[in-house]
Design a protein around this ligand. Structure first.
Ligand code: 15L
Length: 277
Protein backbone atom coordinates (compact mmCIF):
# COMPACT_ATOMS: atom_id res chain seq x y z
CA UNK A 1 0.00 0.00 0.00
CA UNK A 2 1.25 3.48 -0.71
CA UNK A 3 -0.01 6.24 1.55
CA UNK A 4 0.09 9.99 1.53
CA UNK A 5 -0.55 11.70 4.83
CA UNK A 6 -4.10 11.72 6.09
CA UNK A 7 -6.81 14.21 6.64
CA UNK A 8 -9.74 15.79 5.07
CA UNK A 9 -10.35 18.59 7.58
CA UNK A 10 -14.15 19.15 7.51
CA UNK A 11 -15.84 16.33 9.50
CA UNK A 12 -16.27 13.80 6.72
CA UNK A 13 -19.08 11.23 6.52
CA UNK A 14 -16.66 8.28 6.49
CA UNK A 15 -13.32 7.71 8.08
CA UNK A 16 -12.15 5.37 5.31
CA UNK A 17 -13.96 4.82 2.03
CA UNK A 18 -12.81 2.21 -0.50
CA UNK A 19 -13.08 2.82 -4.25
CA UNK A 20 -12.36 -0.28 -6.36
CA UNK A 21 -11.73 0.03 -10.08
CA UNK A 22 -10.04 3.36 -9.44
CA UNK A 23 -7.93 3.12 -12.62
CA UNK A 24 -10.96 2.63 -14.89
CA UNK A 25 -12.92 5.28 -16.78
CA UNK A 26 -15.46 5.94 -14.04
CA UNK A 27 -12.97 5.29 -11.24
CA UNK A 28 -10.82 8.15 -12.51
CA UNK A 29 -13.89 10.39 -12.62
CA UNK A 30 -15.05 9.50 -9.11
CA UNK A 31 -11.74 9.36 -7.26
CA UNK A 32 -11.28 13.12 -6.87
CA UNK A 33 -15.01 13.67 -6.35
CA UNK A 34 -15.37 11.21 -3.43
CA UNK A 35 -12.52 12.58 -1.36
CA UNK A 36 -14.73 15.18 0.31
CA UNK A 37 -16.81 12.40 1.87
CA UNK A 38 -14.02 10.71 3.79
CA UNK A 39 -10.92 11.30 5.85
CA UNK A 40 -9.05 8.73 3.76
CA UNK A 41 -9.98 7.43 0.33
CA UNK A 42 -8.48 4.00 -0.38
CA UNK A 43 -8.21 3.63 -4.15
CA UNK A 44 -7.70 0.16 -5.59
CA UNK A 45 -7.25 -1.54 -8.95
CA UNK A 46 -5.01 -4.07 -10.69
CA UNK A 47 -3.87 -1.50 -13.24
CA UNK A 48 -1.51 1.40 -12.63
CA UNK A 49 -3.10 4.34 -10.81
CA UNK A 50 -2.16 7.89 -9.95
CA UNK A 51 0.03 7.81 -6.83
CA UNK A 52 -1.65 8.50 -3.48
CA UNK A 53 -2.39 12.16 -2.94
CA UNK A 54 -3.31 13.95 0.28
CA UNK A 55 -5.89 11.89 2.19
CA UNK A 56 -5.49 8.85 -0.08
CA UNK A 57 -4.15 5.32 0.00
CA UNK A 58 -3.45 3.34 -3.17
CA UNK A 59 -3.65 -0.46 -3.09
CA UNK A 60 -3.09 -2.91 -5.95
CA UNK A 61 -5.35 -5.93 -5.33
CA UNK A 62 -6.75 -8.52 -7.76
CA UNK A 63 -10.38 -9.13 -6.84
CA UNK A 64 -10.02 -12.91 -7.35
CA UNK A 65 -7.36 -13.05 -4.61
CA UNK A 66 -9.37 -13.52 -1.40
CA UNK A 67 -6.49 -12.70 0.95
CA UNK A 68 -5.68 -9.51 -0.94
CA UNK A 69 -9.34 -8.45 -0.87
CA UNK A 70 -9.60 -9.10 2.87
CA UNK A 71 -6.61 -6.84 3.46
CA UNK A 72 -8.10 -4.27 1.08
CA UNK A 73 -11.41 -4.06 2.91
CA UNK A 74 -10.07 -4.02 6.49
CA UNK A 75 -10.80 -0.69 8.16
CA UNK A 76 -13.25 0.79 5.63
CA UNK A 77 -16.83 1.78 6.51
CA UNK A 78 -18.19 1.81 2.98
CA UNK A 79 -17.19 0.66 -0.50
CA UNK A 80 -17.87 1.97 -3.99
CA UNK A 81 -17.27 -1.15 -6.04
CA UNK A 82 -16.50 -0.37 -9.68
CA UNK A 83 -13.78 -3.03 -10.03
CA UNK A 84 -13.80 -5.97 -12.42
CA UNK A 85 -14.42 -6.48 -16.13
CA UNK A 86 -16.74 -3.76 -17.45
CA UNK A 87 -17.51 -4.98 -20.97
CA UNK A 88 -18.80 -8.13 -22.65
CA UNK A 89 -16.23 -10.83 -23.39
CA UNK A 90 -15.13 -14.43 -22.75
CA UNK A 91 -16.44 -16.05 -19.59
CA UNK A 92 -13.25 -16.95 -17.70
CA UNK A 93 -11.93 -13.42 -16.96
CA UNK A 94 -15.47 -12.31 -16.05
CA UNK A 95 -15.88 -15.35 -13.79
CA UNK A 96 -12.69 -14.48 -11.92
CA UNK A 97 -13.00 -10.72 -11.57
CA UNK A 98 -16.78 -10.25 -11.40
CA UNK A 99 -18.13 -13.44 -9.83
CA UNK A 100 -15.33 -14.80 -7.63
CA UNK A 101 -14.25 -11.20 -7.07
CA UNK A 102 -17.60 -9.88 -5.87
CA UNK A 103 -17.96 -12.86 -3.54
CA UNK A 104 -14.54 -12.10 -2.06
CA UNK A 105 -15.50 -8.47 -1.61
CA UNK A 106 -18.77 -9.22 0.21
CA UNK A 107 -17.17 -11.86 2.41
CA UNK A 108 -14.47 -9.40 3.36
CA UNK A 109 -17.04 -6.65 3.98
CA UNK A 110 -19.07 -8.96 6.21
CA UNK A 111 -16.03 -10.09 8.14
CA UNK A 112 -14.62 -6.59 8.64
CA UNK A 113 -17.96 -4.91 9.40
CA UNK A 114 -18.27 -2.54 6.45
CA UNK A 115 -21.71 -0.91 6.58
CA UNK A 116 -22.63 -0.27 2.97
CA UNK A 117 -21.57 -1.11 -0.57
CA UNK A 118 -22.46 0.86 -3.68
CA UNK A 119 -22.22 -1.83 -6.33
CA UNK A 120 -21.69 -0.81 -9.94
CA UNK A 121 -24.14 -3.13 -11.65
CA UNK A 122 -25.12 -2.40 -15.22
CA UNK A 123 -28.05 -1.84 -17.56
CA UNK A 124 -26.85 -5.08 -19.21
CA UNK A 125 -28.63 -7.00 -16.43
CA UNK A 126 -31.79 -6.16 -18.41
CA UNK A 127 -30.25 -5.72 -21.87
CA UNK A 128 -32.65 -8.11 -23.59
CA UNK A 129 -35.67 -5.89 -22.99
CA UNK A 130 -36.66 -4.07 -26.13
CA UNK A 131 -36.11 -0.38 -26.65
CA UNK A 132 -39.90 0.13 -26.81
CA UNK A 133 -40.33 -1.14 -23.23
CA UNK A 134 -39.96 0.70 -19.92
CA UNK A 135 -38.31 -1.47 -17.27
CA UNK A 136 -38.51 -1.18 -13.49
CA UNK A 137 -35.81 -2.49 -11.14
CA UNK A 138 -38.26 -5.15 -9.89
CA UNK A 139 -38.87 -6.60 -13.37
CA UNK A 140 -37.22 -9.97 -14.14
CA UNK A 141 -33.59 -9.75 -15.15
CA UNK A 142 -32.81 -10.42 -18.83
CA UNK A 143 -29.00 -10.32 -19.03
CA UNK A 144 -27.50 -9.82 -22.46
CA UNK A 145 -24.21 -11.73 -22.05
CA UNK A 146 -21.51 -12.98 -19.68
CA UNK A 147 -20.99 -9.47 -18.32
CA UNK A 148 -24.70 -8.90 -17.67
CA UNK A 149 -24.92 -12.35 -16.09
CA UNK A 150 -22.06 -11.53 -13.75
CA UNK A 151 -23.78 -8.31 -12.69
CA UNK A 152 -27.01 -10.26 -12.11
CA UNK A 153 -24.98 -12.55 -9.85
CA UNK A 154 -23.62 -9.54 -7.98
CA UNK A 155 -27.11 -8.12 -7.47
CA UNK A 156 -28.37 -11.46 -6.13
CA UNK A 157 -25.30 -11.93 -3.95
CA UNK A 158 -25.74 -8.48 -2.46
CA UNK A 159 -29.42 -9.23 -1.81
CA UNK A 160 -28.35 -12.36 0.09
CA UNK A 161 -25.77 -10.43 2.14
CA UNK A 162 -28.43 -7.93 3.12
CA UNK A 163 -31.09 -10.54 3.98
CA UNK A 164 -28.65 -12.75 5.88
CA UNK A 165 -26.19 -10.27 7.41
CA UNK A 166 -27.80 -6.82 7.14
CA UNK A 167 -25.01 -5.47 4.91
CA UNK A 168 -26.63 -2.67 2.90
CA UNK A 169 -26.15 -2.30 -0.85
CA UNK A 170 -27.31 0.04 -3.55
CA UNK A 171 -27.00 -1.65 -6.94
CA UNK A 172 -26.49 0.96 -9.63
CA UNK A 173 -27.57 -0.28 -13.04
CA UNK A 174 -25.40 2.26 -14.78
CA UNK A 175 -26.40 3.20 -18.30
CA UNK A 176 -23.74 4.86 -20.50
CA UNK A 177 -21.54 7.18 -18.47
CA UNK A 178 -19.33 9.05 -20.89
CA UNK A 179 -18.57 12.74 -21.49
CA UNK A 180 -21.48 12.83 -23.95
CA UNK A 181 -23.91 10.40 -25.63
CA UNK A 182 -22.19 8.85 -28.64
CA UNK A 183 -25.19 7.48 -30.54
CA UNK A 184 -28.99 7.29 -30.60
CA UNK A 185 -29.10 4.54 -27.97
CA UNK A 186 -27.23 6.71 -25.52
CA UNK A 187 -29.87 9.44 -25.81
CA UNK A 188 -31.83 7.07 -23.51
CA UNK A 189 -28.98 5.48 -21.55
CA UNK A 190 -26.68 8.46 -20.94
CA UNK A 191 -25.54 9.31 -17.42
CA UNK A 192 -23.41 12.45 -17.22
CA UNK A 193 -20.36 12.40 -14.96
CA UNK A 194 -21.94 15.00 -12.68
CA UNK A 195 -25.10 12.88 -12.39
CA UNK A 196 -22.95 9.80 -11.76
CA UNK A 197 -21.35 11.65 -8.86
CA UNK A 198 -24.79 12.71 -7.56
CA UNK A 199 -26.02 9.12 -7.79
CA UNK A 200 -23.04 7.62 -5.97
CA UNK A 201 -23.05 10.30 -3.27
CA UNK A 202 -26.82 9.87 -2.73
CA UNK A 203 -26.33 6.09 -2.50
CA UNK A 204 -23.63 6.50 0.12
CA UNK A 205 -25.42 9.18 2.14
CA UNK A 206 -29.10 8.10 2.16
CA UNK A 207 -29.87 7.19 5.78
CA UNK A 208 -31.39 3.78 5.02
CA UNK A 209 -31.11 1.87 1.76
CA UNK A 210 -31.45 -1.80 2.74
CA UNK A 211 -31.00 -3.51 -0.58
CA UNK A 212 -31.92 -1.11 -3.37
CA UNK A 213 -31.64 -1.22 -7.14
CA UNK A 214 -31.59 1.94 -9.21
CA UNK A 215 -30.87 2.67 -12.86
CA UNK A 216 -28.15 5.21 -13.53
CA UNK A 217 -29.38 7.67 -16.14
CA UNK A 218 -29.55 11.42 -16.50
CA UNK A 219 -32.82 13.34 -16.86
CA UNK A 220 -33.12 12.20 -20.48
CA UNK A 221 -36.28 12.85 -22.48
CA UNK A 222 -36.17 9.37 -24.00
CA UNK A 223 -36.08 6.83 -21.20
CA UNK A 224 -36.37 3.06 -20.89
CA UNK A 225 -36.06 2.81 -17.12
CA UNK A 226 -38.45 3.80 -14.33
CA UNK A 227 -36.69 4.63 -11.06
CA UNK A 228 -39.85 5.45 -9.08
CA UNK A 229 -39.15 2.63 -6.61
CA UNK A 230 -35.75 4.11 -5.75
CA UNK A 231 -37.00 7.59 -4.77
CA UNK A 232 -35.85 6.98 -1.17
CA UNK A 233 -32.24 7.29 -2.31
CA UNK A 234 -32.88 10.95 -3.08
CA UNK A 235 -31.04 11.02 -6.42
CA UNK A 236 -32.17 13.78 -8.76
CA UNK A 237 -30.47 13.86 -12.14
CA UNK A 238 -29.74 17.39 -13.33
CA UNK A 239 -28.33 16.81 -16.80
CA UNK A 240 -30.01 15.61 -19.99
CA UNK A 241 -28.94 14.02 -23.28
CA UNK A 242 -31.34 16.31 -25.18
CA UNK A 243 -28.77 18.97 -26.15
CA UNK A 244 -26.81 16.18 -27.88
CA UNK A 245 -29.79 14.77 -29.83
CA UNK A 246 -29.24 16.55 -33.14
CA UNK A 247 -25.59 15.51 -33.27
CA UNK A 248 -26.37 11.90 -32.34
CA UNK A 249 -29.11 11.66 -34.95
CA UNK A 250 -26.89 13.22 -37.61
CA UNK A 251 -24.16 10.68 -36.87
CA UNK A 252 -26.69 7.85 -37.16
CA UNK A 253 -29.40 9.04 -39.60
CA UNK A 254 -31.04 5.63 -40.15
CA UNK A 255 -32.12 2.93 -37.71
CA UNK A 256 -31.91 -0.65 -39.02
CA UNK A 257 -34.64 -2.57 -37.22
CA UNK A 258 -33.23 -5.85 -38.55
CA UNK A 259 -30.22 -5.21 -36.32
CA UNK A 260 -30.75 -6.60 -32.78
CA UNK A 261 -28.47 -3.83 -31.48
CA UNK A 262 -31.14 -1.33 -32.54
CA UNK A 263 -34.01 -3.37 -31.08
CA UNK A 264 -32.76 -4.34 -27.64
CA UNK A 265 -31.74 -2.03 -24.81
CA UNK A 266 -28.30 -3.63 -24.48
CA UNK A 267 -27.32 -2.35 -27.94
CA UNK A 268 -24.15 -3.90 -29.35
CA UNK A 269 -23.68 -6.16 -26.30
CA UNK A 270 -26.61 -8.36 -27.41
CA UNK A 271 -24.80 -9.59 -30.54
CA UNK A 272 -21.37 -10.29 -28.99
CA UNK A 273 -20.09 -13.88 -28.80
CA UNK A 274 -20.24 -16.78 -28.72
CA UNK A 275 -16.77 -17.13 -27.22
CA UNK A 276 -14.65 -20.24 -27.29
CA UNK A 277 -14.12 -20.78 -23.55
C1 15L B 1 -21.64 -0.86 -19.44
O1 15L B 1 -22.02 -1.54 -18.49
C2 15L B 1 -20.22 -0.70 -19.80
O2 15L B 1 -19.38 -0.80 -18.65
C3 15L B 1 -19.93 0.56 -20.55
O3 15L B 1 -18.66 0.46 -21.12
C4 15L B 1 -20.97 0.84 -21.63
O4 15L B 1 -20.85 -0.08 -22.64
C5 15L B 1 -22.36 0.80 -21.02
O5 15L B 1 -22.59 -0.36 -20.30
C6 15L B 1 -23.47 0.94 -22.06
O6 15L B 1 -24.40 0.15 -22.03
O7 15L B 1 -23.41 1.87 -22.85
Amino acid sequence: MTTASSSNPAAPAFDRLLLTGAAGGLGRVLRPRLKRLCRVLRASDIAAMEPAGEGEEVVVAPLEDAAAVHALVAGVQAIVHLGGVSVEGPFEPILQANIVGVHNLYEAARKHGARRIVFASSNHVTGFYRQDEVVRPSDPMRPDGHYGLSKAFGENLSRFYFDRYGLETVCLRIGSSFPEPKDRRMLATWLSYDDLERLVVASLMAPVVGHSVVYGLSDNTTRWWDNTSAAHIGFRAQDSSEPFRAAAEARQPRIDLADPAAVFQGGGFVTKGPYEN
